[in-house]
Every structure is written in structure tokens, then in C-alpha cells.
Design a protein around this ligand. Structure first.
Ligand code: ADP
Ligand code: MG
Length: 343
């Protein structure tokens, strides 16, 4: 009995030493950009940097939301032209570049169709083919004219930065983290994760990629520092039509219909806090979902040194790029077949 008490005391002592010795960890949960977000920071100035990050995310939402009437985006859509905030103008320019790079799979001029389907609203509906066909000519980056901070749209066109805004927000949080005194932190912005430095125990962060077929289960786990992990999929935001068809929120700009993908989810991993890698990962993840497995793998092969990805396929495979091999953990008993992609 005495030995047990000694052991117990030793354990308590060990725990309290870890607690005293470990740098201070602060956490903040917010709701912004139509999703729940969690922020964590470790070390000096942790509380302060989380507050500044939260303020920044709220400010960005006010500028980038399609549904807040006073935002840059809503003003541009309503008036056909406007002067944008410097940051919004830069984000729009980058969005246009990603459209070009992804062959139009990512396209912010998808807005009229996003509006028509209303998938993320309280009143989604399946439009008639004629309604979709009438709007398709409005989709295409040639309808956006941007010079400096001035932007205008062709008649009837509109933009939606929803496929890239959280990635941009994660870049802004990464910059705040980097400029602070913290030793580690993470920002989980509804499918857009950024991990900075180390955990309080001096380890890389564990980023779990959700199993698209089971809530509260993971398809795999990655151990990362200073990286963005952005996941797009059809499993979270969708609605079921009158005939039982499930329509999800990523629209294929080529058809005007919600993308019919052979992928259940796409996670794109990019590295380094400095040059917009969160925005890039967000644009790519949306685009690669639209492209489907074969085109997504081709896209990665063409620029493989610069990003990693995890694809969960409809037929039960988890494909991952070789750059992840040392930080990738399979989930035992998940039922998936794990396949590293050949370079
Ligand atoms: P989430 O917003 O759930 O993180 P994504 O980053 O993939 O997911 O973005 C999906 C959102 O982007 C949609 O809700 C819509 O606002 C917009 N969108 C839909 N289809 C496209 C597309 N093909 N290209 C660019 N944006 C899109
Ligand atoms: Mg995206």
C-alpha cells in the first residue's frame, strides 16, 4: 500500500513538474466565416496573439464575405465595380491566377451558380437545367477586370471568395504567429489548419484528417510543424434533393452542377508561413476535388516538389504523396487501403 502511495506521489510530482516547466498554452474558440474555429498558442504572448488573430479573422470576414452587404465582395457584386481594400485586391489577383493554374477547376466567378443552388443556405434547391445553362456563360475569369485596387465585373457576373478566404485567413494568422514570441500554435479554421512551431512538449503537432465517411473518426494523422493542411470534400456542406441525390457545395465550373468527384476528400499540405501557402493550399484543395483522382495526381506530379496531398477515394483508398512518408500515420481498423503515390 505504502509503495502505491509513493508511486502515486511520484506520478503527481512528475505531472506538476511538467505543468510548471511547460510553456503556457492558451486556447480560443470562435465562430467566424460560417464555421467553428479553434486557435491555440504556446509560450510568451500566447493570449495576446490569439486575440489579435481572432480580430484579424473577423475583420477579414467583413471584407471577404459574399453575404455581408458592406463587404468588398458584396459591393463589387452589387455595383459591378468598386475600389477594394489592398488585401482583398491582392487576394482577388491570386484567385484569378489559381483559376488559370487549375484550368478553371477553381474559379471565383462561380458565384451566380453558388447563389442559384443555395447549397449552404437554409433554402437549397435543384435548379432546372435551363437556369444553370443561362448562368454558365457568366463563369470565367475573363469577366473580372482588376487593376491595382480597382475591380469591375461584366454585367451579371459575381465573385465568391469562399473557396479561398479561410486559407487567406490562415496566412494572416501564420504571419501574426511568426511575429509573436510564441514557440508553437495552431489555427483550425473549418478545414483549414495551420501548425506553427512545436507543442508545449516540444513535439510536432498532430493533424488528424477526418474520415469523410464517419464523424469523429480519422482517415489518417500527420505530424507537422510550420505547415498548412487544407481539406475540401463533399461530406460536410451538402443537401439531399427530392430524389435522394446528395448535392455538395463545390460546383464544377464546367457543368454548373455540384462536382461529381471520385474523391471523398482532398487534403493539400503546403509548407512555410511566408508567402501565401495557406491561400494556395485552399485554392488547390477545392480545385483538386473538382478534378478527381486522375487529374489531381497529374496536377501534383507536375509540381510535386512544392506540395503534398492526401486523397480519400470513393472506393476506399487513402493515397498520399511520398513527401509525407515520415510524418504519416495510418488509422488502424479504418477499413481504408493506404497507398503512397509514386513520384
Ligand atoms: P470550405 O469552404 O468548406 O472549406 P472549399 O475551400 O472547398 O470548402 O470552398 C468551397 C466554397 O467555395 C463553396 O462553398 C463556394 O462558396 C465556393 N466554390 C464552390 N465551387 C467553387 C469552385 N469550383 N471554385 C472556387 N470556389 C468555389
Ligand atoms: Mg478551398
Amino acid at each position: 500500500m505504502k509503495r502505491w502511495i509513493c508511486l502515486l506521489l511520484a506520478a503527481v510530482l512528475a505531472l506538476s513538474l511538467t505543468a510548471c516547466g511547460a510553456p503556457k498554452t492558451e486556447a480560443l474558440d470562435i465562430f467566424a466565416m460560417d464555421t467553428y474555429m479553434s486557435l491555440v498558442a504556446v509560450g510568451d504572448g500566447a493570449f495576446d496573439v490569439l486575440q489579435r488573430s481572432s480580430n484579424e479573422i473577423n475583420t477579414l470576414e467583413q471584407k471577404l464575405s459574399r453575404t455581408i452587404a458592406t463587404s468588398d465582395v458584396a459591393q463589387l457584386n452589387a455595383n459591378g465595380s468598386t475600389v477594394l481594400d489592398e488585401g482583398t485586391a491582392e487576394l482577388l489577383r491570386r484567385a484569378l491566377r489559381y483559376s488559370e493554374e487549375t484550368g478553371g477547376a477553381f474559379d471565383v466567378t462561380i458565384a451566380p451558380l453558388v447563389e442559384l443552388w443555395g447549397i449552404t443556405t437554409d433554402h437549397p434547391r435543384v435548379p432546372a437545367r435551363e437556369e444553370i445553362d443561362a448562368l454558365l456563360p457568366l463563369v470565367g475569369t475573363e469577366h473580372v477586370h482588376a487593376a491595382g485596387t480597382e475591380a469591375s465585373l461584366d454585367e451579371g457576373c459575381a465573385i465568391d471568395l469562399g473557396g479561398i478566404a479561410k486559407g487567406y485567413a490562415s496566412d494572416c494568422v501564420a504571419a501574426l504567429f511568426a511575429a509573436s514570441g510564441i514557440t508553437g500554435g495552431f489555427a483550425s479554421l473549418g478545414g483549414n489548419v495551420y501548425v506553427h512551431g512545436d507543442t508545449a512538449d516540444g513535439q510536432p503537432w498532430k493533424v488528424a484528417i477526418q474520415d469523410p465517411q464517419k464523424t469523429d473518426a480519422f482517415a489518417c494523422t500527420l505530424h507537422l510543424s510550420d505547415a498548412f493542411v487544407v481539406t475540401s470534400g463533399g461530406y460536410q456542406r451538402n443537401f439531399t434533393g427530392p430524389d435522394g441525390t446528395v448535392y455538395q457545395h463545390i460546383i464544377d465550373p464546367a457543368t454548373g452542377y455540384p462536382a461529381v468527384s471520385d474523391l471523398l476528400s482532398v487534403s493539400v499540405i503546403t509548407y512555410g508561413a511566408a508567402d501565401g501557402q495557406g491561400t494556395r493550399a485552399d485554392a488547390y484543395s477545392t480545385a483538386l476535388y473538382v478534378m478527381g483522382e486522375e487529374a489531381a495526381v497529374d496536377f501534383w506530379r507536375a509540381r510535386q516538389a512544392s506540395f503534398d496531398m492526401v486523397l480519400v477515394t470513393e472506393d476506399g483508398r487513402v493515397l498520399y504523396t511520398p513527401g509525407l512518408k515520415d510524418c504519416f500515420d495510418e488509422t488502424e481498423g479504418s477499413g481504408y487501403v493506404y497507398q503512397p503515390l509514386a513520384a
